[in-house]
Design a binder for this molecule. Sequence first.
Ligand SMILES: [Zn+2]
Length: 309
Amino acid sequence: MRPLLFIILLVAVVNSATAQDKKVEFTSFQLSETVYMLKGSGGNVGISTGQDGLYIIDDQVRPVTSQLLQAIQKISDSPIRFVINTHYHGDHVGGNEAIGGTGTVIIAHDNIRKRMSSEQVSIFRNSTTPAYTKEALPVMTFNDQMSLHLNGETATAYYVANGHTDGDSIIHFPASNVIHMGDMYFNGLYPYVDLDAGGSIQGMITAADLALTMADESTHIIPGHGPLATVEELKTYRDFLKKARANVQTLIDQHMTLAQVIAAKPTVQWDEELGKTWITPAQFVTFIYNSLKAIHHYTPATAAETGTK
Ligand SMILES: [Zn+2]
């Protein structure tokens, strides 16, 4: 028993060292005098820095936290006063524990704190995420909207119910003319709609509609994933979501099962462009179908594709 245990421990240490040491390339984009977007490993980070200090939106995956902090320091060496989390997924709150433990105030929607405080089960990912430590939890929560009055502008987080999850906000910087969409917007790939955590296609569309009411032609749109976007690209994305939803609804109206809807390929016109990176066409169709049928969990794609229940 002893030699075996030793080997397992050694492998565990090596694995964790590899994850910690993996070098990530960070790229920053200055969008206004005070607002930046930072790309690294996980959801895109928003940064506001200026006369009143520094705050950020989302903090990527846990293993890259020290590299993320170094990348932020290249933009500003001020301490981080606030973190706003757009939603609870690990690629957006991974740095919370290390950053929250240093006195930075973490702000998020009520449902983010609720989900991070308890074990979460995802059928889609076939995974269980344990509750986060106290340091990682948002200490200031809101139920509708919240504003920060710093660096010469009032940035407002707007909660949009049941979109990517049941806890997403989009953040508007009106003076900088920037909107951070969190994972309500995946630019260049099919979006993940986390049905297991209260997500729905309807809420995704509501979020895109809301952002478009606040945008003009020169607004910078920060997506949760993918490259920085223009308003035109966000409009195209919103129209695509609406058309895809309508296509699936037409097939539901013909009393088709999920397997039949997937087989009918209602998203075929976008599959090549959006369905190759992560979320597959069958998975995306399942997100829409279940949203429209008010099925509040993911249906495993394999069962759907084979037509079994
Ligand atoms: Zn997410």
